[in-house]
Design a protein around this ligand. Structure first.
Ligand code: 4AD
Ligand code: MG
Length: 430
């Protein structure tokens, strides 16, 4: 394999050649500093005129931003650089000269950067966010594999709508009506009855007319589902999983967190167990805080979630929501039919809900009644109801929104920076 920048530490005092791009440069009469990036990382290349000679030095000074290069040099330890190493350049070969790269080091407006997302991704900040996203995905597979879960892939084209019918992307499946998946959950329930503990990781789609810093039209969800797990067991999986991904990012993405200026002391504290507050107590708390508008039975908005989360330095579970504001499949509390055995996990620092989960109804008659109440097609849900006819067991699961989790852990304000090519209200380009 070819040597990359992140492996330069293995070649101290040796000469290497790397394929890279010029991110930025500054120069004087005698010396030029090249900020080089190769996708794996960033390194400073130092070009000394008296060392390389006039010709290579002139080439270095003429380099344009984002030109692609082969750079040969000697790796040197450098305490001042955040990366710890720099490259004493010996030779430069230009592969392709980039002309008038639109994203200059000066500040640009958001719409301009979004229009240039295909190029903006190359910036140091976007690179750091994508690396953290990748680490969260890696740690997700690590956690669920270690815990004996099987990865299962639910379909993207579906005939049913688990999270309600108002936000569906409808399409045609030859002659039939079909929808893009909003959640793989119902299929994951079938898979849990076959494989015990399962998890999925895939894209989900919601035609939500929300233009907030937390909403994407296309986002990625991790959806575990566990047979024989009840409400409390479900929360334990969630707090252990979330702790694992936060601690993995802290351990493996120090450079990236530093690039983003993330306050890591806040992340250090994220260890299981997480605090819990019931919906009832959350309503009382909000009234005490002066939110007079919210009544029992209302769903929380972003300001409510933020006010609740501010009381804790870890993510907080809000449990036992009213049955009337949650999807049809949630198991009612046997002592209080008006609430369900569910929990939303709210991230600290105003990042909002990162997980929605619940125990599922396992009684056939009850589920059938709920399907009817919600006006859902019994034909489309026939297979789902059948899961309750052949050895039904209590089971639970949840969905973690990847982009909101990346935003929180990275400390970036808006989810548009947490996915390579965000699909937003009014944005399908690039
Ligand atoms: O709370 P939600 O709607 O739950 C479900 O879909 C369940 N069926 C999951 C399950 O139990 N298997 O969505 C789960 C999470 C939210 O907590 C949030 O993090 C994220 O998905 N999410 C979004 N992220 C970005 N943009 C959107 N429009 C999102 N909608 C939900
Ligand atoms: Mg939710």
């Amino acid at each position: 394999m070819k040597i990359t920048i992140t492996e330069a530490n293995k070649y101290v005092d040796q000469q290497i050649t790397i394929g890279c791009w010029l991110a930025n440069k500054r120069s004087s009469g005698k010396i030029a500093f090249l900020q080089l990036r190769d996708g794996s990382g960033f390194i400073q290349g130092v070009v000394v005129r008296d060392d390389v000679g006039e010709e290579v030095f002139a080439r270095a000074k003429a380099l344009t931003q984002e030109s692609s290069l082969y750079v040969t040099g000697i790796v040197q330890k450098d305490e001042r650089s955040p990366f710890g190493y720099e490259l004493l350049v010996k030779d430069i070969e230009v592969i392709h000269e980039s002309v008038d790269y639109p994203i200059t080091p000066k500040a640009h407006g958001t719409e301009f950067l979004m229009d240039n997302r295909h190029l903006w991704l190359r910036s140091k900040r976007q690179h750091a966010v994508m690396k953290i996203r990748n680490e969260i995905i890696r740690a997700t597979y690590e956690f669920f594999n270690k815990e004996g879960f099987v990865k299962v892939d639910p379909p993207i084209l579906t005939g049913s709508a688990p999270e309600g019918t108002s936000e569906l992307f409808a399409t045609k499946y030859f002659e039939e009506d079909a929808y893009l998946s909003q959640s793989g959950q119902l299929y994951m329930e079938a898979a849990a009855m076959a494989l015990g503990k399962v998890f999925s990781f895939g894209p989900t789609f919601r035609a939500e007319k929300s233009k907030t810093r937390r909403h994407l039209i296309e986002f990625w969800m991790i959806e575990p589902e566990m047979a024989f797990y009840e409400f409390e067991d479900n929360l334990q999986v969630q707090e252990q999983y979330v702790s694992h991904i936060v601690q993995s990012v802290l351990g493996n993405c120090k450079l990236e967190l530093n690039t983003l200026g993330r306050d890591t002391s806040k992340l250090e504290q994220i260890k299981a167990p997480f605090p819990r507050i019931s919906y009832d107590d959350a309503i009382k708390f909000l009234h005490e805080k002066g939110f007079d508008d919210i009544l029992w039975g209302d769903d929380f908005g972003a300001p409510h979630e933020t006010a609740i989360a501010e009381s804790y330095d870890k993510p907080v579970f809000i449990t036992h929501y009213p049955t009337s504001i949650k999807p049809f499949y949630m198991q009612p509390d046997s002592e209080r039919e008006e609430v369900v055995l569910c929990a939303d996990l709210i991230a600290p620092e105003g990042y909002g809900e990162i997980i929605g989960g619940s125990q599922r109804i396992h009684d056939h008659a009850l589920l059938e009644a709920r399907v009817q109440e919600h006006g859902l097609s019994e034909e489309a849900y026939k297979w789902y109801l059948e899961l309750r006819k052949y050895g039904s067991v209590p089971h639970s699961g949840f969905g973690l929104g990847l982009e909101r989790t990346v935003a929180w852990i990275s400390g970036v304000e808006h989810v548009r920076e947490t996915i390579p090519f965000p699909r937003l209200l009014n944005r399908l380009y690039p």
